[in-house]
Design a binder for this molecule. Structure first.
Ligand code: PMP
Ligand code: GLU
Length: 404
């Protein structure tokens, strides 16, 4: 039978799926740079630091010790034990090793959970702005993402009332990150408790708490929904090695949550990836148990860069910036520039246009807020040097000044 659509015979799923906006902008930046353009890439959320020495050494030792084979699908026992110990140490929560699933990055953890919990027609509440891939993965699982808007005026946080208004009998879970990618906002204990109080009225709704930026928190006050009274059995924590330990390329993430959910995720993972890399897991166990000095040094650098980028962006007349409390992103409201036109006749209608304009005019890559569920903003990753941030801000200021 002839295909009914133009183009290669890929699946309907792929045809209808959005490409990851963060990875797309990063690859556009890379291509332009390869063509010789001097691009400053502020699109990808990736620490510019190398993995700390002791973690790399642990992986090398693991290879020499023969850790070159498949591990149990849900992860090496010693890594799961290190995760259990971490959760006890940091949150005073008791998990068993059967409640932990190690995967190939927190992104796969999101995928596992969506596949494990969602049926066609289920709904997932995404307080906006949310991390791009939540939307794509929820759709991929056949469920419907329900966005709850916020704005810079309330520090990009949604009230429990606004979230409650979106709960229906089909709601399966709420999925958010704190510290948040892209806004950098951090949910306080009081805010989590208020959300939990509202959720008590809706016992069918679970919480997926993505804490991948746990350590990159300038308030030094990280809290998890799992530790709020009555919530542990309804919460799954997602975390991973990528951000706090500068291990993006190692592809290691994990979940901690009720055993029936861990079992379901393990079943999915057993068919999809068989689990994470053996020697990487050995190194991750060392990283979690070891002194966190290198992490604290990175966080210090991120904090000073955060202060620098705020100062620089605040000088740009029509940009509105908040004060991110964690992660390494700033999410300025750029709507003051909508409707303006460049000298060459390019009209900036929305954040997508603005982000593309900055790439072509200022040679600075950012990501439009549209993909994060906030069409008034763009995301700037400040995980780069002071010199690059200063140069990028100057270029952005000049390009925006020429919009009339
Ligand atoms: N969650 C959030 C909020 C993220 O920003 C990212 C991006 N790294 C991930 C999950 C995925 O992390 P990983 O690299 O471990 O897959
Ligand atoms: N999470 C990072 C980001 O938001 C890395 C890219 C990705 O995994 O999508 O930029």
């Amino acid at each position: 039978m002839q295909s009914q659509h133009p183009g290669p015979p890929v699946s309907k799923l792929v045809r209808e799926m959005e490409e990851s906006a963060t990875l797309k902008m990063a690859s556009m930046a890379r291509e332009l740079r390869e063509k010789g353009m001097d691009i400053i890439d502020l699109s990808l959320g990736e620490p510019d630091f190398d993995t700390p020495h002791h973690i790399k050494e642990a992986a090398k030792t693991a290879l020499d010790d023969g850790y070159t084979k498949y591990t149990p699908v849900n992860g090496l026992p010693e890594l799961r034990k290190a995760i259990v110990n971490k959760l006890k140490r940091e949150y005073n929560l008791d998990y068993t090793m059967n409640e932990i699933v190690v995967s190939n990055g927190a992104k796969q953890s999101v995928y596992n959970l969506c596949r494990a919990l969602l049926d066609d027609g289920d709904e997932v509440i995404l307080p906006a702005p949310y991390w791009v891939s939540y939307y794509g993965i929820v759709k991929l699982a056949g469920a419907t993402p329900i966005e709850v808007p916020s704005s810079i005026d309330n520090d990009f946080k949604c009230s429990p009332e606004a979230i409650e208004a979106c709960i229906t009998p089909r709601t399966k879970f709420i999925l958010y990150s704190s510290p948040c990618n892209p806004s950098g906002s951090v949910l306080s204990l009081e805010e989590l408790e208020a959300l939990a109080a509202m959720l008590k009225k809706h016992p069918h709704v679970y919480v997926i708490s993505d804490e991948i930026y746990q350590h990159i928190n300038f308030t030094n006050d990280h809290h998890t929904m799992a530790a709020v009274e009555g919530m542990k059995d309804r919460t799954v924590i997602i975390n991973g090695m990528a951000k706090g330990y500068a291990m993006t390329g190692w592809r290691l993430g994990f979940t901690a949550g009720p055993e029936w959910i861990a079992k379901a995720c393990t079943k999915i993972q057993g068919q999809v990836t068989s689990g994470a890399s053996s020697f990487g897991q050995k190194a991750a166990a060392v990283a979690l148990d070891a002194d966190h000095g290198p992490t604290h040094d990175m966080v210090k650098a991120f904090k000073s860069r955060r202060d620098l980028i705020i100062r620089l962006l605040e000088e740009i007349p029509l940009l509105r910036v908040n004060r991110p409390q964690g992660a390494f992103y700033i999410f300025p409201d750029v709507s003051g520039y909508f409707g303006k036109t460049s000298g060459s006749g390019y009209e900036v209608k929305d954040a997508d246009d603005l982000s593309l304009y900055l790439l072509s005019e200022a040679h600075v890559s950012t990501v439009s807020g549209v993909a994060f569920g906030d069409p008034n903003c763009i995301r700037i990753s400040y995980a780069t040097s002071d010199a690059k941030l200063t140069e990028a801000a100057q270029r952005i200021a000049a390009a925006l000044a020429s919009l009339k």
